[in-house]
Design a protein around this ligand. Structure first.
Ligand SMILES: Cc1cc2nc3c(=O)[nH]c(=O)nc-3n(C[C@H](O)[C@H](O)[C@H](O)COP(=O)(O)OP(=O)(O)OC[C@H]3O[C@@H](n4cnc5c(N)ncnc54)[C@H](O)[C@@H]3O)c2cc1C
Ligand SMILES: NC(=O)c1ccc[n+]([C@@H]2O[C@H](COP(=O)([O-])OP(=O)(O)OC[C@H]3O[C@@H](n4cnc5c(N)ncnc54)[C@H](O)[C@@H]3O)[C@@H](O)[C@H]2O)c1
Length: 447
């Protein structure tokens, strides 16, 4: 068996791992990156996450007026299938093209704290490394429901590549993936039902925002069923039936979107003395250290499951390798989020409910999207905008934007909140016209 020593071993081609590997190589250090699947160069986001899902959503939106929805579905899949391999190849080339970086298609398994066995199509390689960076991501949770391994039941990866457009799509889970795929497949003309086990829709959002999202969802023809515990799936000749506490639902395809679990499968972390949390995420400190020479980054480290947070994990580790070692996970809150529904739901900071619960003396303002001239131009007048400020100081505590282009606008508030820009500034800020962001003058007028 071949053996090799490297100063830096990165396990997993995720956002943090690939960025760190390139960074190390550009700093003149040798780095080996092991990726279990050649179909995953670039990680989840590029191959089976953000990019393919947003491409399908964008294609559905772009061709919203076309009557032949089956054709729209086919063309969208084709466009997505054309894009992803190009991005994957570009990701591989970007890293492999660096003199000091080497990508190996192999699955990693620890033998001890400094030794990792890499097994892939080209055989086995025993690697010893001075420093090890784990970036193995997450996998869909498969709920324990009888019949869950049936042939019409998919996770998000499967639902991104369905061969045929389902006439009836049932989605189990009404979180990020559930909602994005509900709008996506509705745009392809499928009849969509979303089942969520929780009694409260979007429990982390204020009730007025959740109610508006529910109204929009239902106005588009999506059925939402809350408090639905799925007991079993019955596979029939023509369709599969979900038997739930809220009745029986027949479907041509069922998407499971009930969260994602850390991907530590087969890593044998215990051999390296790396501990995991109760939920199985790698236990790290605020500098993402799991052991003196081992770091974990991204989903597997229990970081919030977003590509841009994985990227921020790279910044934290980078600061220890090449900077002051000060940057930590405590520095990034609050950070923006966006669910790519139609319209998108973007948020940062505190909701009204969270601010009240924290005992803050607050002012709250809301604005209906239908009052915004640009929304009328776009023909996208659904939605509600909301801001929460400190009543005494005018500090912006939180912003929620359920409206067209909110996934872009919300990033302004990361800067505003980090730099303590007061509400009075936003109220009088000069914005271009006609834009969605100019509505912030009105939203903040009373704050
Ligand atoms: C459908 C969907 C849509 C999403 N949309 C968005 C979005 O719009 N915006 C957003 O910010 N986030 C989105 N996310 C979440 C985002 O994709 C993840 O949070 C992010 O990709 C996690 O990146 P990571 O760096 O943790 O690792 P990943 O990108 O998951 O990479 C981990 C890699 O490690 C490899 N690996 C695993 N085990 C081993 C091993 N033992 N040896 C070697 N290699 C291994 C895997 O094959 C994988 O390629 C979405 C997720 C999904 C599923
Ligand atoms: N736009 C984005 O940034 C984006 C898009 C997609 C995914 N993501 C990331 O991926 C993560 C995973 O997405 P997700 O939608 O799978 O998880 P999620 O945590 O967002 O939502 C899971 C939902 O499933 C429900 N649920 C759990 N078990 C259930 C059961 N047995 N029956 C019915 N409902 C059940 C929960 O109540 C919850 O509403 C997200 O949390 C997010 O971090 C981000």
């Amino acid at each position: 068996m071949q053996t090799l020593h490297t100063p830096n071993l990165v396990i997993g081609f995720g956002k943090a791992g690939k960025t760190l590997a390139a960074d190390l190589a550009q700093h003149g250090q040798d780095v080996l990156l092991a990726e279990a699947s050649a179909q995953m160069y670039g990680g989840t986001c590029i191959n089976v996450g953000c990019i393919p899902s947003k491409k399908l959503i964008a294609e559905g939106e772009r061709r919203a007026l076309e009557a032949d929805k089956a054709a729209v579905f086919g063309a969208a899949m084709q466009a997505k299938n054309g894009l992803i391999p190009k991005l994957r190849a570009a990701n591989f080339a970007k890293l492999d093209g660096l003199e000091r970086a080497r990508v190996i298609n192999a699955r990693a398994r620890f033998e001890d704290a400094h030794t990792v066995m890499l097994s892939g199509p080209e055989g086995e390689l025993r690697v010893t490394a001075d420093r090890i960076f784990i970036n193995t991501g997450s996998l869909p949770v498969v709920p324990r429901i009888e019949g869950v391994d049936g042939k019409r039941i998919y996770d998000s990866t499967g639902a991104l590549s369905l061969a045929e457009r389902p006439q009836r799509l049932l989605i189990v889970g009404g979180g990020y993936i559930g909602l994005e795929f509900a709008f996506m497949y509705r745009a392809f003309g499928s009849e969509v039902t979303v089942l969520d086990a929780g009694e409260t829709f979007l429990p982390r959002e204020d009730r007025d925002i959740a109610a508006e999202m529910q109204r929009i969802l239902e106005a588009k023809g999506v059925r939402l069923v809350l408090g639905a515990a799925t007991q079993r799936f019955e596979e029939g000749a023509q369709h599969t039936t979900a038997v739930t506490s809220k009745g029986r639902f027949d479907a041509d395809a069922i998407l499971l979107a009930t969260g994602r679990r850390p991907n530590t499968d087969g890593l044998a972390l215990e051999k390296a003395g790396v501990a995991v949390t109760e939920r199985g995420f790698i236990q790290v400190d605020e500098h993402l250290r799991a052991a003196p020479h081992i770091w974990a980054m991204g989903d597997v480290a229990g970081s919030p499951q977003f590509t841009y947070i994985s990227l921020d994990d790279w910044r934290i580790v980078r600061d220890q390798l090449f900077g002051q070692g000060q940057r930590s996970t405590a520095d990034r809150a609050p950070f923006p989020t966006a669910v790519f529904t139609q319209p998108p739901l973007a948020h940062i900071g505190m909701t009204e409910a969270a601010a009240r619960q924290a005992g803050r003396n607050i002012k709250v303002a809301t604005l209906k999207a239908e009052a915004i001239p640009k929304a009328k131009i776009l023909g996208q007048t659904d939605g509600l905008l909301k801001a929460v400020t400190d009543a005494g100081t005018g500090e912006i505590l939180g912003v929620t934007l359920l409206c067209a282009e909110s996934h872009e606008i919300i990033n302004l508030f990361k800067m505003a909140i980090d730099h303590r820009v007061p509400a009075s500034y936003v109220k009088s800020q000069i914005f271009t016209h006609p834009t969605m962001s100019e509505a912030l003058n009105d939203l903040f007028a009373s704050l």
